[in-house]
Design a protein around this ligand. Structure first.
Ligand SMILES: N[C@@H](CCC(=O)N[C@@H](CSS)C(=O)NCC(=O)O)C(=O)O
Length: 282
């Protein structure tokens, strides 16, 4: 399924865009077309946001080259939904989709609150998650916002329905590509596999086939970090991930012996997140 049409061609001014690090935005793949003197808006607006109680990252992406400034939000948390709504308003964005990488067990999604506060916003989650949502996604689907898009990659193993969202491929898409890995791949680690139909062998295969095959410079943005990391790359994780650099048998042993307590909010979060935006906010 293609959730909306994929990109039209950019105009000549935009093709001369160059990177602007201060805005946190990314430029274009081909350096030859980044050398023009014309200053133009880089297309992608990107914000990494943090919720400290569950150490969750939420990501806001928008196409500012498009007149509507369409945006998507990945993995919002209920506790920070007000902040996210305010940011969307302040930046003059039109939020189209609230995308969840999976049914989280440690926090309640902000999807319900966002749908209430911003009419017209649609919730999205994988079909394999079994959760309720406006849009059910399958591997290979593209979610478009303006001329930019996210591609859906199926990365089960932490939960049955985990997906990774990867920014598009092509000259008009952000470079390097960015992968929003949810809990499948964390920086130097990975999501646990001891509940919600978790499966270490599946997770190992998912990460190796769907994430580690992306170009080495691809940026990794996880749903959580507990040590203060914010971003990594495929190349870095291929070298330094403490679990996924092992062979599959050793990986399975590591995962069997993590000894982590269950998330404190699990009994509230899982049933609530299975409704993914259709629950009455608590
Ligand atoms: N202490 C937290 C939960 C911490 C936790 O279990 N995190 C999960 C992701 S959220 S389900 C995980 O997979 N961690 C992997 C790891 O190696 O830490 C709480 O009580 O909420």
């Amino acid at each position: 399924m293609q959730v909306c049409g994929v990109s039209r061609l950019f105009n000549a001014v935009f093709l001369k865009a160059h990177c602007s690090s201060s805005s946190g935005a990314f430029g274009l793949r081909n350096p030859e077309i980044m050398t023009g003197s014309t200053k133009a808006q880089p297309s992608l607006l990107f914000r990494q946001l943090f919720e400290k109680e569950s150490s969750t990252y939420t990501y806001l992406l928008a196409d500012t080259a498009h007149s509507d400034r369409p945006a998507v939000l990945v993995d919002p948390v209920d506790k920070t939904a007000e902040r996210d709504v305010a940011l969307v308003e302040q930046l003059g964005l039109k939020l189209l989709y609230v995308m969840n990488t999976h049914v989280h067990a440690d926090h309640v999604t902000g999807t319900g609150l966002l749908k209430k506060k911003i009419p017209g916003v649609k919730s999205a989650i994988s079909r394999a998650s079994g959760a309720k949502a406006d849009i059910h996604l399958d591997a290979g689907d593209k979610i478009c916002f303006g001329n930019l898009y996210l591609e859906v990659r199926s990365t089960p193993g932490h939960t049955e329905g985990c997906v990774t969202y990867v920014t598009g491929e092509g000259l008009e898409q952000p470079y390097p590509r960015m992968a929003f890995t949810g809990d499948a791949l964390l920086i130097r680690g990975c999501g646990r596999t001891d509940f919600q139909r978790g499966d270490a062998s599946r997770l190992y295969k998912s990460v190796h086939s769907q994430i580690f095959t992306l170009p080495k410079e691809t940026l990794i943005y996880p749903a959580h970090d507990y040590k203060g990391h914010m971003v990594s790359t495929v190349g870095e994780e291929l070298k330094f991930n403490t679990r996924l650099t092992k062979d599959e048998e050793e990986f399975k042993l590591i995962m069997q012996n993590l000894g982590l307590p269950y998330p404190k909010l699990m009994d509230v979060a899982v049933p609530s997140n299975m409704l993914c935006g259709f629950q009455d906010p608590v």
